[in-house]
Design a protein around this ligand. Structure first.
Ligand SMILES: CC(C)(COP(=O)(O)OP(=O)(O)OC[C@H]1O[C@@H](n2cnc3c(N)ncnc32)[C@H](O)[C@@H]1O)[C@@H](O)C(=O)NCCC(=O)NCCS
Ligand SMILES: Nc1ncnc2c1ncn2[C@@H]1O[C@H](COP(=O)(O)OP(=O)(O)OP(=O)(O)O)[C@@H](O)[C@H]1O
Length: 212
């Protein structure tokens, strides 16, 4: 538990992490409705890789077939990095420093705007050591079967690709053991809401006591 660390500049920084398809975006949206400002690492990655994105030139050099006329073919990039783990590591080497930079810029802006609670929604929060930026961490979790079913139901990844991504991520049990709060998303949305409200109430309670 990092439960009683001092808040940084009057703002609670909450990490939100979990494996692919565990429910980070869904829980992030609930936290937003309760007043938190969200840093969405996946959305930042998509912007960096989108038309005119900063990461495109380096990705084009790494996987030449993946960038054509300044546009990234996500499916081609996914196939290439899943087939070759060394390439996956090199792609992360391009993207992660840029995500970290954007995250610091987000935190500076949120502090200037006096946001009471900010949430860093980052799949690889622990793997990339970005939990060091957080006062508390929430892990979202669901049974492995539910996780795989959800990702396959989206229809753009095959079984092998899902397994390759899961293999690159921290084991769910380890993540749950390290986090301050665990939100279970394997049951109904109503239950997830109840857990999210309880976490926010505990943050607000800590604020009143002057610690997180
Ligand atoms: C592998 C890529 C091409 C797959 O693209 P695709 O459009 O199919 O998926 P998307 O980007 O929406 O990611 C879906 C989920 O996969 C997982 N994931 C993505 N990248 C990684 C990674 N390097 N390691 C582990 N899990 C990852 C995350 O849970 C993410 O939420 C893409 O995710 C990518 O470029 N990843 C490298 C950047 C990265 O490390 N992102 C993680 C967040 S910082
Ligand atoms: N509590 C819940 N009850 C029911 N379904 C849920 C719940 N939470 C998430 N889901 C469903 O699971 C799927 C994955 O959720 P979500 O997109 O939030 O996960 P994610 O962790 O952000 O995924 P990714 O790592 O791929 O970005 C979605 O279809 C969502 O509707």
């Amino acid at each position: 538990m990092r439960g009683h660390r001092r808040r940084r500049g009057g703002m609670a920084v909450v990490g939100l992490t979990g494996g692919i398809g565990m429910g980070k975006t869904t829980v992030g949206a609930m936290l937003r409705r309760l007043g938190a400002r969200i840093f969405d690492a996946d959305a930042v990655v998509h912007r960096l890789q989108g038309p005119g994105g900063r990461a495109l030139p380096a990705i084009g050099r790494l996987v030449p077939g993946a960038v054509r006329d300044g546009v990234l073919d996500r499916a081609a990039l996914r196939r290439a990095v899943v087939a070759d783990p060394a390439l996956f590591g090199k792609l992360e080497g391009i993207i992660h420093p840029m995500v970290l930079e954007e995250c610091h810029a987000f935190l500076r802006a949120a502090r200037r705007a006096r946001c009471p609670i900010v949430v860093l929604d980052i799949p690889l929060l622990y793997e990339a050591g970005m939990d060091a930026l957080c006062d508390r961490v929430i892990a979202v979790s669901a049974p492995g079967g539910v996780q795989r079913h959800r990702v396959l139901a989206r229809g753009h990844m095959d079984r092998a690709q899902v397994e390759a991504i899961i293999a690159r991520q921290m084991d769910d049990r380890q993540r749950r053991a390290r986090a301050d709060h665990v939100i279970r998303t394997g049951l109904s949305r109503a239950l997830a809401w109840r857990q999210v409200r309880a976490v926010v109430a505990s943050l607000r309670h800590a604020e009143e006591r002057g610690s997180t």
